[in-house]
Design a binder for this molecule. Structure first.
Ligand code: 7TS
Length: 408
């Protein structure tokens, strides 16, 4: 079991030099690094158990099936889902949201409203644009506030927007650009009052804060394994059982049918109904191990750690000349996005890379939000459980060097 003190030792990738400098990895919003336990689980699976699941009666297939279904039960526990059948394995947040959006596109009609927010990642925005186009439903956005309440959702506007015509309300838990933490329990409650189904994008939150779907009382929740110490190529769509069993599958084929004849087929219930074809067995198992890893540390403690680093980074960065930090000044998730007057984000990231610091620069898949903020791009430093206050010193020194070069 990892302890807080030696957590960095659990991550082999962190112990390397980049451009002759110790790596300072601050691109955790894009993807997190993997602990040894997760890497070992993948190797162990391929070395000992690799087999297709659900079909074979031989020893390896039974072991692989048990491990895959065990991972599903582990993930269910991780998010507080009572029934493992409510956990569908997907490729990640993007696929999870697409599954819900495509399924609802077949059920919505003209006059219905899909509500989302202005702060969504493209993966919780474009699928809803497509669903609206396909169904004739109208897509509306909850505005993001500026000035004093920068980065918060306009909850007063929500009163006006959340009408009985709203059938789906999709929103992010933590913004990947603003770092805003949305009041998700309240949003679910208000959506339920008008009969709307809720879809939470938990990509930036599930590995950073305690999260319980039963307590939130949400209908769907999407996240990616790779942003919570798990492997790439695996993610989850949680769905309330009663709703999943009503939804049509978006992909069909082997593994998801009860019976097939030349005229047609009958679907299995969830989760198999949504997992056509050979699933990503190894990475699902790796994700289960990532859940163990994070729960051993404690997500409340991870959240406090992230929070402290983000506050520290905010305060230190705010001292830099010509900086604009976007998002809330107070309570925020574990990342800071900023722009310097007259310096392009790509230059900031390139200079930081020379100093061994991994940052992200660009629109962060939030183009409409960026446009609203009057920006084309920002630089983002995003933190996780293995980052340290000393790494913020390295970041600040690197940014000062960049500013000296560009601003003189
Ligand atoms: N939703 C949010 C809030 C995200 O931050 C991301 C990825 C996604 C959805 C999509 O996740 P995926 O695993 O399906 O790709 N965000 C980022 C980012 O901020 N930089 O790179 C990827």
């Amino acid at each position: 079991m990892p302890t807080w003190e030696n957590v960095r030792a659990d991550f082999p990738v962190l112990h390397q030099q980049v451009n002759g400098k110790p790596l300072v990895y601050l691109d955790n919003g894009a993807t997190t690094q993997k602990p040894r336990a997760v890497i070992d689980a993948l190797v162990r699976y391929y070395e000992r158990d690799n087999s297709n699941v659900h079909r074979g009666l031989h020893a390896l297939s039974m072991r692989a099936t048990d491990a895959y279904e065990g991972a599903r039960a582990r993930v269910a526990k991780f998010i507080g889902a009572a029934d493992p059948a409510e956990v569908i394995f997907t490729r990640g947040t993007t696929e999870s949201i697409n599954v819900v959006a495509r399924s609802y596109a077949a059920r919505l009609k003209a006059g219905d409203v899909i509500l989302t927010t202005e702060m969504e990642h493209h993966s919780n925005l474009v699928p809803w644009q497509q669903a609206a186009r396909a169904s004739g439903a109208t897509l509306r956005y909850v505005p993001v506030l500026g000035a004093n309440a920068e980065g918060g959702l306009d909850l007063a506007a929500l009163d006006r927007l959340l009408t009985p015509q709203v059938k789906v309300f999709a929103f992010t838990h933590i913004s990947n650009t603003l770092a805003t933490i949305n009041p998700v329990a309240e949003l679910c409650r208000r959506a339920r009052a008008v009969g709307a189904v809720t879809v939470i994008d938990a990509a930036q939150s599930v590995g950073h804060t305690p999260l319980d779907v039963a307590a939130l009382d949400c209908d769907f929740l999407a996240f990616s394994g790779h942003k919570m110490c798990g492997p790439t190529g695996i993610g989850v769509l949680y769905g309330r059982r009663a709703l999943l069993d009503q939804l049509a599958p978006t992909e069909t084929g082997g593994g998801m049918v009860v019976s097939v004849d030349f005229e047609g087929a009958r679907w299995k219930p969830a989760p198999e109904r949504f997992e056509a074809g050979t699933p990503n067995v190894a990475d699902a198992i790796g994700l289960g191990v990532a859940c163990d890893y994070l729960d051993a540390l404690g997500r409340a403690r991870i959240g406090q750690h992230d929070h402290r680093l983000a506050q520290l980074a905010y305060a230190r960065l705010a001292e830099l000349p010509g900086i604009r930090i976007i998002g809330p000044a107070g309570e925020r998730g574990g990342l800071v996005s900023f722009a310097f007057e007259g310096v392009h984000a790509h230059d900031v990231v390139t200079f930081a890379d020379e100093d061994g610091v991994a940052l992200r620069g660009g629109h962060h898949c939030n183009q409409p939000l960026m446009r609203k903020l009057g920006l084309t791009s920002t630089t983002r430093a995003s933190f996780y459980l293995y980052n340290t206050p000393e790494e913020i010193d390295v970041l600040v020194a690197s940014l000062r060097r960049t500013l000296k070069f560009f601003q003189g």
